[in-house]
Ligand binder design. Sequence first.
Ligand code: NAD
Ligand code: DAU
Length: 366
Amino acid sequence: MEKPLKHTPESVLVTGGAGFIGSNYLLRMVRKYPDVRFVNLDALTYAGNLANLHEIEEASNYRFVRGDISDSNLVDSLFEQFRFTTVVHFAAESHVDRSIEDPLAFVRTNVTGSTTLLDVARHHWVENGNASRMRFHHISTDEVFGSLGLDGRFSEDTPYAPRSPYAASKASSDHFARAYAETFGLPVIISNASNNFGPFQFPEKLIPLVISNALDLKPIPVYGRGENVRDWLYVEDHCAALDTILHFGSDLRTYLVGAGNEVPNLDLVRSLVDLVDRTLDRSEGTARKLIRFVKDRPGHDFRYALDVSRIQEELGWEPDHTLEDGLKKTVDWYLSNKGWLDSVRDDSYLHYYDRMYTDRLNSGGN
Ligand code: NAD
Ligand code: DAU
């Protein structure tokens, strides 16, 4: 059955497009839709990297603007200049461990920044009476639902129960997005995805950290006993889902995006390091010797798992990659892009990593 088109993007503001998911999204969308204009607003924090976008930087339908989403004057002037029909909002502080160290940075970008964007969009779209042909796609996470035990899955109706400052800040931005839709009639759509992995992910996150430490023969930290479970989604499958949601999703609707790949962390780490060894033709077990059980993350969510029947049934989306295919592509990408890894692991990141992990590695597992 043909799906009815719900939104036609013409001029799109993408925030956080130099980050991991945002850059994968832009690489897909700028090439797939040459008649649609994409403006990438990114502050280029430690997590943003313009090199990710090298393949599209000269495209006539793509522009980059460096700036902060909390700067309402800047966002307003971009709305004036580019007459956006669409906002796809990725920009965020995204790492749970950093949110435990500096929660207020997460409030500034994820709460104040997101609400600034919503407010400028309201001013330009709702007050001008043309909101019905616009769309504000707010990109969120499954972490807003909290932590599962051994059974059950999150659905779109699961009550919010965030447990880390990161999750609380994302939950807050989801609430503001919904409040702007209900109160002001802003055409908001929200998607909440599970753990993404793939090319261009900053190496503070589990999968690229394990690959890069296995490559460099450095200790591989596993929090607690490695029993926590995540539901892994290959980033290109997430971006395909976002493309579908943008065009065919319904206003004021939430869609969960996941691929049903639940794995306990230790099992994932073992498969990954074995894959790195095989790809590098090293003797079996080389990288397994690097695994260290370290002090657990405070408030560590035990398990995430998603019921994705809504996006499958209403929008016909299915992931194209098995977990195995996605991990193979990811390992191959990192091993062929050592230059990218070295460039993002600058002095300030190495300093952060040493501070975070020396203590954890010395404390051992619990
Ligand atoms: P990321 O940390 O890799 O990238 C974030 C980007 O936002 C960077 O380019 C950064 O420079 C930019 N940014 C940060 N603060 C900004 C500000 N104040 N103004 C403008 N730009 C700013 O993040 P990611 O992993 O690509 O995640 C993107 C979005 O998807 C986030 O909203 C995140 O919550 C959500 N999400 C991520 C995952 C995941 O597994 N990575 C899963 C579900 C949802
Ligand atoms: O669920 C979606 C979320 O997934 C996104 O919203 C977040 O932006 C993203 O960072 C991710 O959050 P997690 O905390 O699940 O991802 P992270 O890669 O930090 O950790 C994955 C699991 O691995 C988690 O259980 C903690 C554990 N871990 C992590 C690191 C960095 C380790 O055991 N060792 C590590 O060194």
